[in-house]
Design a binder for this molecule. Structure first.
Ligand SMILES: [Zn+2]
Length: 333
């Protein structure tokens, strides 16, 4: 079932907190990923006899690092992408649907204060939460705009704010960890319900020094409670991942690993079945060019079992499902 009424969404967060659960918030930009997330949650629930396993499925809009609603279709039309995203989830997890046993909350991620204005002022019904992202502005301006958005829409949707400051009032670019003082002030003055803080993970880091700062998270938690949203887990060690809830993290946004690791799995399978995927003559050519070795010259015919979208997406789907499942096993115990 799809949960979107703010009081019910808050209730899901409260229930998760009472169990010490971190809610995984997994981004998608296509149907395969969307279904893999739902299937992983559904299977987890069935295996552990847990009813209504909660999961958050997210999508970014015109976010310049990754515009996922734009990527959802080749029309490159964000509004069309969002409609499909919502319709896919409704068809898969709505009343009478195969993944009806999952409690799914839709989240709009990194919605930009400027280029996403049309979405911010439009119909947000059906979504459980939204991240209002004005972090490209100096902190005071970020706070002012975020507070304005909370006043306008806070009764209709749960709002998450981005309290890190990429560019300060002097115009200089920086990438500091969020302090407990800033986090507390940001929450108090904007009225948001959750904050995305810069804790050193790949959400903001400009490259080389990716490191999750748990001690900083705990300082923030001491001031504001368990209201921190963490973006990115690749730089978080397994031990740290397990204790995220204790650090004040209520929700973790995940995406890159799903696409990255499933790509490698698909590539490997295609190489191992090269002849069935592309046919003997295409393989001969790649061997001549030095890209493949003689091992790929099996002379097997190109086969419908291997040249279809279903084959390719099937491998991606299974791999993504495994990755998503691993998060439930870590956090929902
Ligand atoms: Zn982020």
């Amino acid at each position: 079932m799809i949960v979107s009424i703010p009081s019910e969404v808050r209730n899901e967060y409260a229930k998760a907190a009472s169990k010490g659960w971190v809610l995984p918030c997994i981004c998608t930009e296509n149907l395969t990923t969307t279904e893999a997330i739902l299937a992983a949650a559904s299977e987890y629930g069935a295996e552990r006899s847990v009813s209504d396993v909660p999961v958050i499925i997210a999508i970014t809009n015109n976010y310049n690092h990754r515009s996922q609603s734009v990527n959802y279709t080749h029309t490159r039309d964000w509004a069309c992408g969002l409609r499909l995203f919502r319709n896919d989830i409704l068809a898969l997890a709505g009343p009478g649907a195969p993944y009806e046993n999952v409690k799914v909350m839709l989240h709009l991620d990194h919605v930009q204060y400027d280029i996403d204005k049309e979405l911010l002022e439009g119909d947000l019904s059906g979504y459980a939460s939204i991240m209002y992202d004005a972090s490209a502005l100096p902190l005071d301006e970020n706070i002012r705009l975020t507070a304005e958005f909370v006043r306008a829409r806070g009764d209709q949707i749960v709002i998450e704010g981005a309290c890190d400051e990429i560019v300060d009032a002097t115009g200089s670019v920086h990438n500091d960890l969020t302090t407990a003082e800033v986090a507390e002030r940001y929450l108090r003055e904007t009225g948001v319900e959750m904050i995305v803080a810069n804790l050193g993970t790949e959400h903001r880091a400009t490259g080389k020094e990716l490191k999750y700062h748990g001690e900083r998270a705990r300082e923030i938690k001491d001031r504001v409670g368990t209201k921190i949203v963490l973006h990115g887990t690749s730089s978080v060690t397994n031990d740290q991942v397990r204790s995220l809830f204790a650090d004040g993290i209520c929700k973790v946004n995940i995406w890159t690993a799903l696409e990255r690791d499933s790509s490698a799995a698909l590539f490997g399978d295609m190489v191992r079945n090269a002849s069935k995927v592309a046919g003997p003559s295409a393989i001969d050519k790649l061997i001549e060019e030095g890209y493949l070795t003689d091992k790929c010259r099996t002379d097997e015919k190109i086969s419908i079992s291997h040249f279809t979208y279903l084959y390719r997406q099937g491998i991606i789907y299974e791999e993504m499902k495994k990755i998503v499942r691993s998060y439930f096993d870590l956090w929902y115990l």
